[in-house]
Design a protein. Structure first.
Length: 341
């Protein structure tokens, strides 16, 4: 019969378990697939330090010859620490659940228990992936909330004394829009983001769209017109404007974001769009080390997994997974918002 001693095998060491979790297939989360959106920032403590400084230019006054020149002051800097968050999940394997397993040798017994542990880890990894997507969504919107959707973890605009621009009306319900109206809306988005970045370069601008916003956008006559009388016109009959797809217009990659099926846990409001720059380095993904003595002083990793056994009664084993991330938006003033109507 299977005994709890099997969990003392090297296959169930903290290192082996953590490596196994990282190899489990990723549950789709769009924000985690955009190259260059979040910069990984592993740290050796439970906090990340962020330095702020003002680098704005000023207009120099004229002065007569021989007069002292304008004096440039040193950068005004302010460094602050922000605590990473702790995300933990566990699943208990009771001895009674393994009663039906008849072991014909140590290798067979070990393999059977490994399969059960892997099954539990897979479920917990799905929970972690959804949690991470929720944290990433908060960062690109400027405010990170806990699982209940109301408990605020960090409001980055407030933390850095910045303001996210007022929501722009894209007027997508207008049946007779003015010529070039949509292009001007896109230009307004790009100008605002570039101004907010204070000269920082970026590789792309993404707009996460709710369903109604995306449907009206892809049906807009200004965009449809760009396909007509072109070789790409055949796209209108098939792939164009499909649900949860994307289109590029006005220098912006518009994406119909597919969130959770309930439309609220991790989602974009159906009438809204959320814009953010990619490749500018304003989004950080900090990772703190685990809580064990073995993790002290090491750089943080994505996941930590372990097994805790019932040493007194030999009745259960807890499979646990931990993560200590913090998604940061250092320049929320470079974010933008829009509504359908």
């Amino acid at each position: 019969m299977i005994a709890m001693d099997v969990f003392n095998s090297d296959a169930f060491s903290a290192t082996s378990l953590s490596t196994a979790v990282e190899k489990i297939d990723y549950v789709p989360g769009f924000l985690g697939t955009i190259p260059g959106l979040f910069e990984p920032d592993p740290v050796r403590s439970d906090a990340i330090w962020i330095e702020e400084r003002s680098t704005g230019a000023v207009i120099l006054p004229t002065s007569p010859r021989g007069a002292p020149p304008h004096q440039v002051s040193g950068d005004i800097r302010k460094a602050r620490a922000f605590q990473t968050v702790r995300v933990a999940d566990a699943s208990r394997i009771n001895a009674s659940e393994l009663l039906g397993i008849r072991a014909f040798g140590s290798e067979t017994e070990l393999k059977t228990v490994q399969e059960e542990v892997a099954r539990r880890q897979f479920k917990m990894k799905q929970n972690m992936d959804l949690t991470w997507e929720n944290l990433r969504m908060g960062a690109v919107l400027g405010a990170v909330y806990d699982a209940d959707g109301t408990t605020l973890i960090y409001d980055w605009a407030a933390e850095f004394s910045q303001t996210i621009p007022t929501e722009l009306d894209f007027d997508l319900d207008n049946g007779s829009p003015a010529e070039g109206a949509l292009r001007r809306k896109c230009n307004a988005v790009r100008r605002s983001i570039e101004i907010g970045l204070k000269g920082m370069t970026f590789s792309a601008i993404y707009g996460l769209c709710g369903d109604a916003f995306y449907d009206d956008l892809t049906a807009h006559p200004e965009i449809i017109k760009t396909y007509l009388n072109q070789p790409e016109a055949s796209v209108l009959r098939d792939s164009y404007g499909r649900p949860w797809d994307s289109i590029r217009y006005g220098g912006i990659q518009f994406v119909n974001y597919r969130g959770t099926d309930d439309g609220s846990t991790v989602a974009v409001n159906t009438d809204k769009a959320k814009f953010f720059p990619v490749g500018a380095g304003i989004f950080k993904w900090a990772m703190s080390p685990g809580e064990s003595f073995a993790d002290i002083g090491s750089l943080g990793s994505d996941f930590y997994s372990m097994i805790v056994t019932d040493k007194d009664r030999d009745r259960w084993a807890d499979v646990e997974v931990y993560s200590y991330p913090l998604p940061v938006c250092t320049m929320p003033q470079a974010l933008y918002r829009a509504k359908r109507t």
